[in-house]
Design a protein around this ligand. Structure first.
Ligand code: BV8
Length: 247
């Protein structure tokens, strides 16, 4: 597996030493070709819906049915979607690195399960998972492959009316921050795929990587909000750029 090819002059950097601990951050763009909507592209979700009325704890408290319906609609889309070549290439890269005693740390902002369905074995969902529900009474999470309803009883503690989607809303603490920081600290390559670099703390990770002096590359449809922070970039559809990069 070569990192970087003619279009991405990381190759000279790695002629001596191929990366062993690769930190990959994915966003909605990696699932776009699987038919799942992005947020900030033209016609994206936040162009059509107000995130402050759908993706905050306050919105859920004010109008739980509308928020639950929004996520039920998205969950049906996830269930109907299939992984694309970008997801498959990342799963293969994880296996190939593992065989060499290395690690691909896959941190995703996405709440779909397409990385897992493509074969990735270790996926860190920092913004939660749409196919899980969470109980606000006991804090437990549970599988939620179908529609969630506010009046559902928690399958763990039996409380009624305390179920919510297990996703991280604006103003809520993302998951797995300690593991993410530890993986960043030991990475020797940082690759961001399909993310606009608009949402923190994820959007700040590339600068952490740069501060450590490790190479950074963005694989995106177009320059992201933090494109200036990357050493290299390859622009195009993820289903093409990701397999080529991790070939
Ligand atoms: C928090 C819910 C406290 C789940 C979402 C500074 C530091 C810390 C926090 C903040 C800060 N400044 C502001 C904040 C607050 C806030 C924030 O970042 N606001 C922004 C809008 C300014 N952050 C938070 O509230 C976070 N919590 O901060 O807690 C804290 C403080 C310090 C340290 C730690 C914690 C919580 C953020 C999570 C919010 N939840 N959604 C859901 O409904 O899915 S946000 C939403 O944006 C999604 O989760 C999504 O994952 C995320 C990021 O979006 P992207 O994935 O990048 O998608 P986008 O559409 O934007 O871009 C897609 C890209 O793909 C585009 O560039 C496009 O060109 C490209 N593309 C498209 N097609 C393709 C493609 N690329 C390749 N191939 C293609 N085919």
């Amino acid at each position: 597996m070569r990192f970087g090819s003619d279009g991405c002059n990381l190759a000279p950097m790695f002629e001596r030493k191929p990366p062993k601990n690769v930190f990959v951050l994915t966003g909605a763009g990696v699932s776009a070709e699987s038919g799942l909507g992005t947020f900030r592209d033209r016609g994206g979700m936040w162009a059509r819906f107000d995130p402050m009325r759908l993706a905050t704890p306050e919105a859920f408290a004010a109008d739980p049915d509308t928020v639950i319906d929004f996520y039920n609609l998205r969950r049906r889309g996830v269930v109907a979607a299939t992984p694309n070549p970008a997801h498959v290439a990342l799963a293969r890269a994880e296996a190939a690195l593992g065989e060499r005693g290395g690690r691909l740390f896959l941190c995703t902002q996405n709440v779909d399960d397409l990385h897992e369905r493509a074969g990735s074995r270790a996926v860190v969902h920092m913004h939660g998972e749409l196919l899980k529900g969470r109980c606000t009474a006991c804090g437990g999470t549970f599988a939620c492959p179908g529609d969630l309803h506010v009046a559902d009883a928690c399958p763990r503690c039996g409380a009624v009316g305390t179920s919510r989607p297990d996703v991280v809303w604006f103003g809520e603490m993302p998951h797995h921050l300690d593991a993410i920081q530890a993986a960043l600290a030991t990475a020797d390559l940082f690759v961001a795929i399909g993310t606009s670099g608009a949402v923190y703390p994820a959007a700040g990770y590339v600068r952490h990587a740069r501060a450590q002096g490790i190479p950074t590359c963005e694989l995106n449809a177009e320059p992201s909000d933090n494109a200036d922070a990357f050493d290299e970039a390859r622009y195009g559809p993820a289903s093409e750029t990701v397999p080529a990069y991790f070939a």
